[in-house]
Write a protein that binds this ligand. Structure first.
Ligand SMILES: [Zn+2]
Length: 520
């Protein structure tokens, strides 16, 4: 269904109000904006009956894969998005904001060969140095509980030629829900207490070396270790968080909790396994990094902006499906729907697919620094970045006025979508967490359309299981429709939003983007 301009412009807008009551009321009265039901219905229909989300998800998440900053796959994703927007008749471009250490993940093979053969679930961490054609075969050693940094220095030579385990050994590998459901109350309490104690003792063990989880692997490397074995269990079945390596020559790998604890227990029992590890990776020097921007030009107020926002990059243990593939798909689909149903917006509708959010909101912080003209004329920005779930909350980020305009815009959405969104005003200004905070820091109206959890923090956030199959497409469809409706309403609003910081609220300060990263 293709709609003409007529229905977009039949909104009872500010002009009508102005004639009757005078300019002073313009924008200050909530009733001044009535959504066009034809547009809302058409957005709903397009988003529901002609959804492109699954197709986009397969192309991006399965086809391109994870999008770690500085990897060829990140650039491939940038180019894919620009091409996709072009297909839809939307102007898009990649805008360079900095450079990063270029790196490309190769294979990770981790096998136990003694006391018996078992292929282990594990992978090298991001930016782990490749081993070329070499394979390391070595015995395992556990970082012992040493008295202090002097004892650590004395022990250090024993790591030569060994794979060193530097992470805690979990005693029970079951998730919280499972324990709550099945454990006797006394067992549950005991397990929780044991976990707490182990965690504290392990942190103390690292601290006593005089080093940190960041500097310890480097010291081990210098002392001639063959590799560093880690496990960052995400407190669920089969899930580890996969972050970055700090070694420069020897591999740092994460071994899945089940296998990691097996090796640990065998070693502790005086029967240290021998492992064989081979990893490959390419160092690609210093490479440019980009935000992908796309816009539907405004017809009446082209220099005022409504923004959709979602970071495009990810960690690379999985495919970044829910962090932030789903936010990315939501905003791309919203743009596609808007272009089809509302191709001549009053204000310019701009989407930002940010680079390097994971290393500190770098793409969006750079955009805020580089485009003061857009930030100053921002009607509102909507960011989504907490998983696949349907949107359930929207807060005012500490400003006075959003309680009027956000509610007005949200009310245009069908009951099934809006009734489950809990609003809170004025709320607190976001100081981090995702890219809307880059805008809030400079007093601009950045908002987070925030999702139902679906156990995001345990099961998918930064994990090896953040994959396509975890996406609940009905929820993402809900979010794409909501984002399109909010953008439509923000674009049509007769008044430019005013955003006053609520008195008494401490405001976060602007942080500069890291423009060159990954080189220490
Ligand atoms: Zn994210």
């Amino acid at each position: 269904m293709k709609l003409t301009d007529k229905i977009f412009r039949s909104t009872i807008g500010c002009k009508a109000t102005t004639f009757i009551t005078g300019a002073i009321l313009c924008g200050s009265i909530a009733l001044a904006q009535t959504p066009n039901k034809g547009v809302i219905d058409a957005i709903m229909k397009e988003g529901t009956q002609n959804s492109q989300l699954e197709k986009l998800g397969r192309e991006l998440l399965d086809g391109v894969g994870p999008r770690l900053v500085g990897t060829p796959q990140m650039k491939q994703a940038n180019d894919w998005a620009v091409a996709k927007y072009a297909e839809w008749g939307i102007t898009a471009r990649n805008e360079q904001w900095g450079t990063w250490r270029g790196w490309e993940r190769g294979v990770s093979h981790i096998d136990m060969i003694l006391p018996r053969v078992k292929s282990l679930e594990g992978t090298q961490l991001a930016w782990s140095p490749g081993m070329g054609k070499k394979t390391a075969t070595a015995q395992v050693i556990i970082l012992p509980d040493l008295a202090d940094s002097i004892a650590f220095k004395n022990w250090l030579p024993t790591v030569k030629g060994k794979f060193v385990m530097i992470s805690i050994c979990q005693s029970i590998g079951r998730d919280e829900n499972n324990l709550k459901t099945f454990a006797l109350p006394s067992t549950y309490t005991k397990i929780k207490a044991e976990r707490d104690t182990l965690t504290k003792l392990w942190a103390a063990r690292i601290k006593k070396t005089g080093l940190t989880t960041k500097t310890l692997p480097v010291a081990l490397e210098k002392a001639g270790a063959a590799g560093v074995l880690t496990n960052y269990w995400s407190a669920g079945f089969g899930v580890d968080k996969i972050f970055q390596a700090y070694t420069k020559k020897i591999p740092t790998v994460d071994i899945g909790m089940e296998d990691y604890t097996l090796i640990y227990r065998l070693t502790e029992a005086g029967n240290p396994p021998t492992l064989k590890i081979h990893t490959e990776a390419k160092e690609l020097g210093e490479v440019p990094t980009f935000n992908t921007l796309a816009e539907i030009k405004g017809t009446e107020k082209p220099n005022e902006y409504v923004m959709l926002s979602a970071h495009f990059d990810s960690w690379d243990g999985g495919t970044g499906a829910t962090d932030n593939g789903t936010g990315t798909l939501t905003m791309m689909e919203a743009m596609r729907i808007l272009k089809k149903i509302y191709p001549n917006p009053k204000r310019t509708i701009l989407v930002g697919h940010w680079g390097s959010e994971e290393q500190g909101l770098n793409g969006s912080r750079a955009f805020v620094e580089d485009h003061p003209e857009i930030v100053a004329n921002l009607q509102a920005l909507f960011n989504q970045d907490n998983g696949t779930g349907r949107v359930t909350s929207l807060a005012g980020q500490g400003y006075v006025e959003p309680k009027d305009y956000l509610i007005r815009w949200l009310n245009a959405a069908p009951d099934t979508i809006k009734n489950r969104v809990k609003t809170s005003f004025p709320g607190q200004p976001g100081s981090g967490g995702s890219d809307f905070a880059s805008f809030v820091a400079v007093g601009a109206p950045g908002f987070s359309i925030s999702s139902l959890s679906w156990d995001y923090s345990t099961y998918t956030w930064h994990t090896n299981r953040d994959t396509y199959d975890k996406i609940i497409f009905d929820d993402v469809r809900n979010n794409a429709i909501l984002a399109a409706i909010l953008a439509y309403m923000a674009s049509e609003d007769p008044a430019k939003t005013i955003n006053t910081k609520t008195p008494g609220i401490k405001w976060p300060v602007q942080t500069k983007a890291t423009r060159r990263g990954g080189f220490d």
